[in-house]
Structures are given as C-alpha cells and as structure tokens.
Write a protein that binds this ligand. Structure first.
Ligand SMILES: [Zn+2]
Length: 383
C-alpha cells in the first residue's frame, strides 16, 4: 500500500482499548520456577565500572497528543495515526526491534480483524522459542487501538531471558482464530555478563539461606503482581534513571556467587543495576505509572514497585524511607523515597530493576529508546 494512502484515512485510536481483551495474564510467565525474590548486595566498587551509564533521553515520543490535550494523569494519549484502507484486512504480525540480546526487551505487533459473531475470550499470547523449540518467555497481547474497520491493533512486550543463548529463535503466537499465523523467526544477539563473588556476613547469610514463611509469602505476593498484564499504557518510554548518580556497584545480569559464613556458596544472577549512593539520596520514578507495591520486605527492604505498561514494572529496593502509597499515580521524576541499606544489603545502595512479562530486563535497554512505539507499529503493520 502506498504511504500516501495513510493520510486519507485518519482514525482516532481508541486509547485504553476497552474490554476487548482485558483478561489478566495466565500463569506460566517466563519467570516460572523462581521461588524467591532475587537477592542482592552492594559490592565494593570495582574497576568494572566502565560501562557507561545510560543518558536519559529527554525527547518524548514524537507523537501528537490526542484531541483534548488533557494532562496525561492516567495514561499517555494515543497518537492520532493515519491508518490503512481496511479493505481486505487480514491477520498479520511482526516482531519489532529484531535482534535483541539476552536481557533486552522487544515488542510483537499484531493486527487482528474482527471476527463476526465471535467474542474474544482471552488475549492471544506471544511466546519466545529458543533454537530447540523450548518456551523461553511469554507475554499476553494487549490492545493499543483499532483501525477504522474494527481491526484490533495489539502489542505484546517480551524480554529475552539473560540466560538465553544467542542464535536462532522464533516467536509463536497462540490463541489466534484459525488458521493462525506462522512462527516469526528472530535472531538473538550474543552477550557476556560479569562474574563476581560476594562474601556475606552472618546476618546476610541468614537472610538468604534460612527458611522463613514470611519471606516465601512475600516472594509469592510479588510474583503475583509481576505476572499481571493490565491494560493501561502510562508511558511508551523511554525511561529515565531513578538517581542522578552514575556510580554503579553492580550491573544487570552479573553472575554472582554468594559465599556464606559457613563456607558454602550459592549462585544468583543480579536482576537489576545497583547504584552506590549514600543513604538519604532521593529516588525518583523512572517513568509515569502507578504504585502497585510500597512496603517493607524481608530480603529487599523497603520496596516500591511501579506499573508502567501492560506487564512492565520498575522496582526500587533497600530504600531508607518510602514516600508514596500503593495506588498512587506518579509521573517521571516523582520522588518515591530515599535510598538506604534495608533488607539484604552489604552497604547503602539503590537496586533498580525492570520486569517485562515477568522477566528481569536490562534497565539500560529501556533508557535508550521507547519500549512501545504505537506509530511504528501502525506503519509497519500496514505498509
Ligand atoms: Zn541489586
């Protein structure tokens, strides 16, 4: 189709696309099998800190706000986008930002024409298959709007697990009406991670190794939150770092060996980045969103979790104090609290983590570019 045709058929996207697909994500997200929240500890600063911190991108998405120009208190206005001629609309899908590396997010776009007489029961699912066909990640599609003919424009946001190997992979879409769609090939880039050994004292050894029903219950509660795929789009990204300091004491995906006081060891993969900032440093929201958790936890100390997009969350751990309440709406830069050393921490630091469809994700991949670009989705689905 000619690009000029877009300008002939302008449609207003239906923001917060109504209940066409609003079911919560089913269980079985990519984080399945994890039974405890990832633990972390600040480590003495190392000379490994040459990874340049991401520079916050200030330019917001170039999309024009929808008519009304209301303050985006709850969600980002949908862009007014030119749409294609609806004639002959067919089901189709594509993977955006192809070639993600382990720890990086990517979006899958889907155009789903209306099914006369059919009520959609549950949203389709995008599944990342590794070269052996194993399911490595899974996310529910959510609606980003419709075109003039009622075709649902949907997106699913996934992240490549940090443990996945580079090479050939595929995205399968399940839950589509027959005949469905063929698997979409994708290539996962190669990536290496840092290894580090952390000595824990008696207190931190106990925090990590001693069974505690409260700890288990807190881990289950958090997993339940992080597995939810809502319908609200509070932001399209990019995110901004939660502190101005660029001093990092640990990195995303670090392979850790914890050495306990009895000489034994335990393995862990660091799920976020640690900023070595003094207690009392202001910690701000990395993007607009809603506070879905703000409370003390045993392992992660005073903790805040924000929801930003369907299935996309940011987490802030070891805070000295919390300044928001569950249910609050926040803007990028809203103060969430002050950093500290609560929970399992060998010193004051901020642990910042991002989850996409349950999978921990490299925060630097979200500060570099938007996570969801609805204009791009429209253009690429219908070009
Ligand atoms: Zn950490």
């Amino acid at each position: 189709m000619k690009k000029s045709a877009y300008s002939l058929l302008k449609v207003l996207l239906l923001l917060l696309a109504p209940p066409l697909f609003c079911a919560a994500a089913p269980a079985g997200c990519a984080a399945g099998g994890r039974t405890a929240a990832p633990a972390e500890a600040a480590v003495p600063e190392t000379d490994a800190a040459e990874t340049a911190p991401a520079v916050p991108e200030t330019a917001a998405a170039e999309t024009a706000p929808a008519a009304g120009d209301a303050a985006p208190a709850e969600a980002v206005p949908a862009p007014e986008t030119a749409a294609p001629a609806p004639a002959g609309a067919s089901m189709r899908a594509l993977v955006l930002n192809a070639g993600p590396r382990p720890g990086e997010p990517f979006a899958v776009a889907l155009a789903l024409p209306p099914e006369p007489g059919q009520e959609a029961a549950a949203p389709p699912q995008a599944i990342l298959l590794d070269s052996g066909g194993r399911r490595s990640a899974r996310a529910s599609f959510f609606s980003t709007g419709t075109d003039g003919a009622g075709t649902a424009i949907m997106a699913a946001l996934l992240a490549v697990p940090s443990t996945m190997r580079g090479g050939k992979a595929a995205v399968r879409i399940e839950g589509l009406p027959p005949p469905g769609l063929e698997d979409i090939p994708v290539t996962i880039g190669d990536r290496e991670f840092i290894s580090e050994t952390i000595d824990l004292d008696d207190l931190n050894t106990a925090l990590r190794t001693e069974p505690d029903p409260q700890k288990t219950s807190e881990a289950e509660q958090l997993q339940m939150i992080l597995r939810q795929t809502g319908t609200q789009i509070y932001t399209e990204g990019p995110f901004i770092p939660p502190v101005t300091s660029t001093r990092r004491t640990s990195f995303y995906g670090d392979r850790r060996i914890y050495r306990y006081t009895d000489g034994s060891t335990g393995n862990s993969i660091h799920a976020g980045v640690d900023y070595g900032v003094p207690t009392g440093t202001r910690v701000s929201a990395c993007a607009p969103g809603r506070v879905v958790l703000a409370r003390p936890r045993i392992v992660t100390g005073n903790s805040v979790v924000l929801e930003h997009l369907p299935g996309v969350y940011s987490l802030y751990y070891h805070l000295d104090s919390i300044a928001v309440r569950e249910g609050d709406l926040v803007m990028a830069g809203t103060i969430l609290g002050e950093s500290g050393a609560t929970g399992l921490a060998t010193g004051p630091h901020l642990h910042w983590e991002i989850r996409v469809a349950g999978e921990n994700t490299d925060p630097d991949a979200l500060t570099a570019r938007p996570l969801l670009d609805r204009n791009e989705i429209f253009v690429k689905l219908f070009e």
